[in-house]
Design a binder for this molecule. Sequence first.
Ligand SMILES: [Ca+2]
Ligand SMILES: [Ca+2]
Length: 178
Amino acid sequence: MRRFLPLAALVPAHLLFVACTTDEPELECPEEYSWDENSDNDNGFATDAESINVDWDTRCHRRLFIRGEGESCGYDNNAPAGEWPWTGDEDNFELTMPTDGFLEAKLTWDGNNDYDMTIYLTPPSPPTISPDEIMAGSGDGEEFLFDDPLDEGDRITFGVLCAQGNGGDYELELIWEE
Ligand SMILES: [Ca+2]
Ligand SMILES: [Ca+2]
């Protein structure tokens, strides 16, 4: 009768040695994940938000820095009736959640400005475009911690608006955790 040999007997000894000592490749993480505003002319409405396109490895950082610039802004209290009294810059960004988790957003900026932040939990579409959250404090930063966990693939839109001031650089930090 024919006998089957054990697997080890069929594989040369040096190959078994290699198989046993090969480690997972070491994880190389970027110093940070970041996105620079790249279409200032096209991100002025929440419906035209800039998609954040980052090559994530969720084993690395769970944090992203969005960096952009706002133009000077303010309200014209003497604007004629029917004319929009605000001039300035609104920048919108859409994040596709790379993993399930709770999300936190922190907006900070340079200089003596006041920026505000809006959040849409689903991609806004006409006719009703209304933010789910509006952070319009007068301090030197805006922050929002999501109460409910989000799912991988959820599309969240963040708006950054200059409310008062000369504009300038801002940084929107997004942090998520399981
Ligand atoms: Ca801008
Ligand atoms: Ca503000």
